[in-house]
Write a protein that binds this ligand. Structure first.
Ligand code: DX5
Ligand code: ZN
Length: 229
């Protein structure tokens, strides 16, 4: 098993944003059988980010074709609006942006109240300390390693330091229940380094749904992580 710096299983979460939407069912089945630990679903509203993707009806369909746990990454304003529907469609965990929630404490308690795990995402310019007051309310912190909105962007190099700073903060506060997820520009070539910095959950979009078959990408990922143990 591939382990993170703090001894947890490293989870790989393919983001369907780069999948072929005309063959979404097939793409999701392929990623599920290649070894996806979670399916990462990027919901965008054209307001919080300058892009639109899909909403709860698509998620309802996806739930029926895979047993892999679903995680929603909400890049939307007023994320609380969508929570009951996401819970109804069996969402395992929901991540909201720190920058998009004026009443983050309330939104996080709603997520848990509805029986889902709660996550907070930080855009690149948001300091790691912004999670300080809510560590006991979250199961996951998502460090964005690109600006949210689009797949296929380049990893922001400063993110290595930021991931390490977040790892440090979580360790110092004894928040071992909080997973540290990274999202944006992660490829087989840099996955070992983000894990070295302290990430334990890795989102990958264009790398997994690109030209190389899913299965081969997963083999490559495992090889690189194993070599790095
Ligand atoms: C970007 C999304 C990501 C995106 C990652 O706003 O949150 O999940 O799909 O795509 P890659 O891995 O191509 O950067
Ligand atoms: Zn995402």
């Amino acid at each position: 098993m591939m382990l993170s710096r703090n001894g947890r299983k490293i989870l790989i979460a393919p983001s369907i944003l780069s999948a072929d939407f005309l063959a979404l069912g097939e793409e999701v089945r392929e990623a599920s059988s290649a070894g996806a630990d979670l399916l990462h679903l990027d919901m965008m509203d054209g307001h919080f980010v300058p892009n639109l993707t899909f909403g709860p009806p698509v998620i309802e369909g996806l739930r029926k074709i895979t047993d892999v746990p679903l995680e929603a990454h909400l890049m939307v304003e007023h994320p609380e609006i969508y929570l009951p529907e996401l819970a109804q469609y069996g969402m395992h965990r929901v991540t909201v942006h720190w920058e998009a929630s004026s009443h983050l404490h309330y939104v996080l308690s709603r997520i848990r109240e509805l029986g889902m795990r709660a996550g907070v995402a930080l855009s690149p310019a948001t300091p790691v300390t912004m999670v300080s007051e809510i560590l006991d309310m979250i199961d996951l912190v998502l460090v964005m390693t690109v600006n949210p909105g689009f797949g296929g962007q380049s990893f922001i190099p400063h993110s290595f330091e930021k991931i390490a700073a977040m790892r440090d903060l979580l360790d110092k506060r004894g928040a071992s229940h909080v997973r540290l997820e990274v999202d944006g520009g992660i490829k087989p070539a840099n996955i070992a380094r983000v894990v070295d910095c302290g990430a334990d959950t890795v989102v990958m979009g264009s790398a997994i749904f690109g030209d190389t078959p899913c299965e081969a990408v997963f083999r490559d990922i495992r090889k690189r992580l194993e070599e790095n143990q």
